[in-house]
Ligand binder design. Structure first.
Ligand SMILES: Nc1nc2c(ncn2[C@@H]2O[C@H](COP(=O)(O)OP(=O)(O)OP(=O)(O)O)[C@@H](O)[C@H]2O)c(=O)[nH]1
Length: 261
């Protein structure tokens, strides 16, 4: 997974400015069936489909990986999808906490800075639009940020997230109040909503696990679709670990919630 935080220009501004923080994450997930796989740290194993933050603004309500994905991973035959890279772009106003958010997650020590141009948004599998929960103006600007990022991507190709940062700075009541407007906007943007704090780490891991799971599942499904007609093969069998039994009947073939643009 590649995560990039666009260093802001004002919404509606002409060209994106330089300097984006990017983090590359190896999306390795281990098969529960392979006893002797390469070492994968426990906190990188997604054991069950990560839950949404609020059902009022979430991309998918399901609780298990898609049945085809689960089955394909359990088959552990050779292929390339088990180790997949996804590009995640993080956009938002100056100082909202994009860089802190990325750095507060384990990014395998591969963080780096990149220059960006509008072309940089291209090929994103997920777009994270971040705003500061204590600054309502930054929320208002997210719509424009998203528009800019979407312009560079194929319709239907990205998961969209709206993330309120600096949750630690608000009381519970104030946070809930800020979330009302944010959730409303998230629904309009067809985005999944999360409130997080990079400072305390609250919800950060859960959030990125969710992003990773959705992106991974989509990659596998696309891979299976491409290979339909031949034997679907996912990963070297050592790259994903899932527990629980997914219900195939409840799940659609492709990510379907309102946030899948
Ligand atoms: N209290 C608190 N402060 C935060 C949090 N996240 C970021 N900050 C602070 O907010 C300021 C901006 O954070 P950055 O991560 O640099 O924000 P950014 O969006 O990447 O900023 P630019 O690169 O200027 O666009 C810094 O002083 C951070 O320490 C948080 O969760 N809680």
């Amino acid at each position: 997974m590649v995560i990039a935080a666009a260093n802001p220009i004002r919404p509606g501004g002409a060209e994106p400015r330089a300097s984006a923080a990017a983090a590359e994450l190896s999306g390795r997930m281990r098969s529960s069936l392979l006893p002797l796989g390469p070492p994968v740290s426990r906190d990188r194993i997604i054991a069950s489909f990560p839950k949404w933050y609020t059902p009022d603004a979430c991309l998918q309500l399901k609780e298990h990986f898609h049945g085809q994905v689960h089955a394909a991973c359990q088959r552990r035959s050779t292929g390339t999808v088990g180790l997949s890279l996804s590009k995640v772009v993080v956009v938002g106003d100056l100082y909202v906490g994009k860089t802190s958010l990325i750095h507060s997650w384990d990014t395998a020590g591969q963080e780096k800075f990149k220059c960006i141009a509008s072309a940089y948004y291209r090929g994103a599998q997920a777009i994270i639009t971040a705003f500061d929960l204590t600054d309502v103006q930054t929320l208002e600007h997210t719509r424009q940020w998203l528009e800019d990022a979407l312009r560079e991507n194929e319709p239907g190709s990205c998961f969209i997230f709206l993330v309120g940062t600096k949750k630690d700075l608000l009381s519970r009541a104030a946070c809930e109040q800020a979330e009302v407007e944010a959730v409303h906007l998230a629904k309009e943007m067809q985005a999944e909503y999360w409130s997080v704090s990079a400072k305390t780490g609250e919800n950060v891991k859960a959030f990125f696990s969710r992003v990773a799971a959705l992106a991974f599942e989509q990659s596998v499904l696309q891979h299976l679709e491409r290979r339909s007609g031949s034997q679907p093969q996912v990963g070297d069998g050592d790259l994903i670990h899932m527990e629980g039994s997914p219900s195939e009947n409840q799940e659609s073939k492709r990510p379907s919630g309102p946030g899948c643009c």
